[in-house]
Design a protein around this ligand. Structure first.
Ligand SMILES: Nc1ncnc2c1ncn2[C@@H]1O[C@H](COP(=O)(O)OP(=O)(O)O)[C@@H](O)[C@H]1O
Ligand SMILES: [Mg+2]
Length: 285
């Protein structure tokens, strides 16, 4: 049954989208999109994730441009720890892109369901996240919105970074909105929240916050008020992860805290350095 221009934000199993995919179900959504699992009508063995830009975002030309540049970027990036984009499709007011499907859910849901991850699981995931970040940075790309919801897991526990809608590519591409106001402030560095400026070390901060949540099941700064996230006095001191979880190696706790420092210059400076230290800790644990 061919569905003609129905509401692509509310597709159901069996619906045909863009004249080329049969929807199998809904995978999730973010602030700008709805993501479905779908199979190609030409080859039902080709199963993909279809990210549809929602109508609120489609009405904002700047967000449409960001979405299209996200597609372009995802198609170019070829790395085992970055989600690979396939084709862009459009039908009237609706636009979307197909990408590789990861059917193990996102890291946010995984942590939420399990409380924390074991040290071994955390090492495994962090190593892959670091490799993904390192690959982005080596191409001059800063992700700017790394958080557990943007980290996907395959059924074989391969970990991949997704959602390049806020990625900053070589130089300063201003966003049509204040990043700190739309994202999840808990994973954003103080400089991103307060000034909207980001470099590689802003991604390192997010990496530290992700690692903190993996090891403790909690956020380093649980407040959600933007002003409190910026104001270090109001944010208070971070309790070291090993004090919340006795299984967390002290050296890993130290690495995480060093990634979460307020001043970028005082943080772990690169994903490669984080990875080196992580591997040393892992080998000695
Ligand atoms: N390739 C994919 N495979 C499986 N699930 C996905 C995929 N891409 C996105 N999702 C799910 O959809 C959610 C939203 O996707 P995301 O790209 O982050 O959208 P937004 O840009 O709107 O934030 C993710 O958190 C994840 O749960
Ligand atoms: Mg997202």
């Amino acid at each position: 049954m061919q569905t003609t221009l129905k509401n692509y934000e509310e597709l159901h199993e069996g619906d045909i989208a863009f004249g080329r995919y049969r929807v199998r179900g809904r995978l999730g959504h973010g602030s700008t999109s709805v993501v479905y699992e779908a199979e190609s009508l030409e080859d039902e063995n080709r199963v993909i994730a279809l990210k549809v830009l929602n109508q609120k975002s489609a009405a904002n030309q700047k967000l449409v441009e960001l979405f299209r540049s996200e597609v372009k970027l995802a198609k170019q990036l070829d790395h085992p720890n970055l989600v690979r984009g396939y084709e862009y499709v459009k039908n009237g007011v609706w636009e979307a892109y197909a990408m590789e499907l990861l059917n193990g859910g996102n890291l946010h849901d995984l942590i939420y369901h399990n409380g924390t991850l074991s040290t071994e699981e955390s090492f495994h995931m962090l190593e892959q996240i670091c490799c993904g970040i390192e690959a982005l940075h080596s191409h001059g790309i800063v992700h700017r919105d790394l958080k557990p919801k943007n980290i996907l897991v395959s059924s074989t526990w391969q970990v991949k970074i997704t959602d390049f809608s806020t990625a900053l590519i070589e130089g300063n591409r201003p966003l049509p909105y204040d990043l700190g106001q739309v994202g999840t402030p808990e994973f954003m560095s103080p400089e991103v929240i307060s000034k909207g400026v980001a470099d590689e070390r802003s991604d390192i901060y997010a990496l530290g916050a992700i690692a903190y949540q993996m090891m403790t099941g909690q956020l380093p700064f649980p407040q959600t008020r933007f002003s409190d996230q910026v104001d270090s006095l109001k944010r208070g001191k971070i309790l070291p992860p090993h004090k919340k979880n006795i299984d967390c190696p002290k050296r890993l706790s130290k690495l995480i805290l060093k990634s979460l420092r307020e001043k970028p210059a005082r943080r772990v400076q690169t994903a490669a350095k984080f990875l080196d230290e992580l591997r040393t800790i892992c080998a000695n644990t």
